[in-house]
Ligand binder design. Sequence first.
Ligand code: GDP
Ligand code: IMO
Ligand code: MG
Length: 425
Amino acid sequence: MPATVVVGTQWGDEGKGKLTDLLARDMDMVVRYQGGHNAGHRIVVNGEAFALQLVPSGVLYPHIIPVIGNGVVIDPAVLLAELDSLIAKGVDVSRLLVSGNAHLIMPYHQELDRLTERFLGKNALGTTKRGIGPAYADKSSRVGLRVQDLLDPKIFREKLDVVLHEKNLILTKIYNRPAISAQAIAEQYLDEFALRLAPMIGDTVGVVHGALDQGQRILLEGAQATFLDLDHGTYPFVTSSNPVAGGACTGSGLGPRDITGIVGIAKAYITRVGAGPFPTELDGDLAELLVERGHEFGTNTGRRRRVGWFDAVMARQAARLNSLTEMALTKLDVLDTLEEISVCVGYEANGVHYDYPPYHQSVLHDVKPVFEVLPGWKTDITASTKYDQLPSAAKDYVRFLEETTGVTISVVGVGPGREQFVRPT
Ligand code: GDP
Ligand code: IMO
Ligand code: MG
C-alpha cells in the first residue's frame, strides 16, 4: 500500500501540522522524517490548540501509530516535556515509536548554536537556537550520539567522552565559555531520559516496512520546507536537513517506489522566519495586516514572521524538486479583506526573465518580482464548508495559482480549525 508525503513548499509554517492531522484520518501511521524541535506544527481541534515540535501530527487520533524516524534529531528533554503536555490534555501517546538511529541533540549542540549565531553578528542566520545545525553536523562528522546509545550506558559514556573532549576545547579555548561536565550529561541522559524513552525506542525501518507489507497507509510528515532545504533552499539561510520529499525516504527508510503521493503545502501568501532572501517580501501597512490577520508569529519561538505575496516561481521549483502530485493551499481566509491580491509569476534580473529561481545567490538577491494583480473577494470565507460557497473571485484566485504553478490544488484552508477546509471539485 502507498505512502504519502506532506512537504512544505515555501519557507515553513505553511500548515503542515493541520494538513497532516487532516490527512491522518485516512492513514494508519504518521512518520516524521527530518528536523527537530525547530519545527512548530499547530493543530486546532474544537478550539483547543496543540503545538507539536517532535511528536508526529497524527498523534491526536487513537488509530494512528506515530513514528519519529531516523532522520530526526531529538532533544530528549523536549520530547518528554511534549509527551507530558499531550498526556495532560488527555492524548494517548503510548503508541509512539522512536527510531534508535535518530540522533540526539546534546547540551553542547544548543550552546554552540547560540554561540555561532552570536559570533556571526550581522551575518547571523536567525536559527531557532535549538542545536539543530550542530547536531546534524556531528551526525555527518560521525561523532553524533544516537537514540540507541541511550540503551547502552557504556557506549554512551565512551562516545560522550570522546566528543565532549573536543567540544570543551572549542567552548573554553575559542568561545571562552565554561566546560560542560560529562558526568552531568550522562546522569541526565542515562538515568532520567533513557528510563522513560526506552520502551518507545526501536527499529522503525522494520516497523514502517511491516506496515506497508500489511497494506497499511503511511503519511510522512515533513518539517521546515523546500526553501529551507540544506541542498535546495536559499543556502546558507536554510536548516541542516532535507525537508524535500526525497528526504522522506532517507529519513524514514522507505524506498522511492513506496511513495505514491506527494502533497505540497503552500500558504495563499508566503512567510519566512529568520534571515535570507525573500523576493516578494512586503512591508508597511499591508505586511502588518497579513501578520495580524494570519497571526504570523512563530508557533514556538514567538518570532514575528516576514510576509510577502504568493511566489509562483518558488512554487514551480517546489513542484519539480518534490514531484508534487497535488497541493494544499492554506490560509486563504487571511486574504479576505483585501481589495487586490498580487501573485509573483516571474522574476527579472539584469534584463533576464526567470520562470524558476536563478541558481546563483547573487542573482536571486537582486531579482525583481513580476506581479499579476487579481481582484480580492472582500468576504468572510471562514464558515465555508463547500468549495462552491467560496466567492467567485476566491475561486478565480485558486484557479490562477493552479495555472501558474501547474499543480492541482486539492484542499483549501479557510481557517485554523480542523474542520475549516474545502475541497475544490
Ligand atoms: P507548520 O509549521 O507548517 O505546521 O505551520 P504552523 O503550525 O507553524 O503555522 C501555521 C499556522 O496557521 C498555525 O497557527 C495554524 O493553526 C494556522 N492555519 C493553518 N491552516 C490555516 C488556514 O487555512 N487558515 C488560517 N487562518 N490559519 C490556518
Ligand atoms: P516548521 O516545521 C519556519 C528556520 C529558522 C532559520 C533557519 C535555520 O514549523 O515549518 P535552524 O534552527 O533550523 O537551524 O534554523 O530555518 N526554520 C523554520 N522556519 N518554520 C520552521 O519549521 C523552521 N525551522 C527552522 O527560522 O531561518
Ligand atoms: Mg511551524
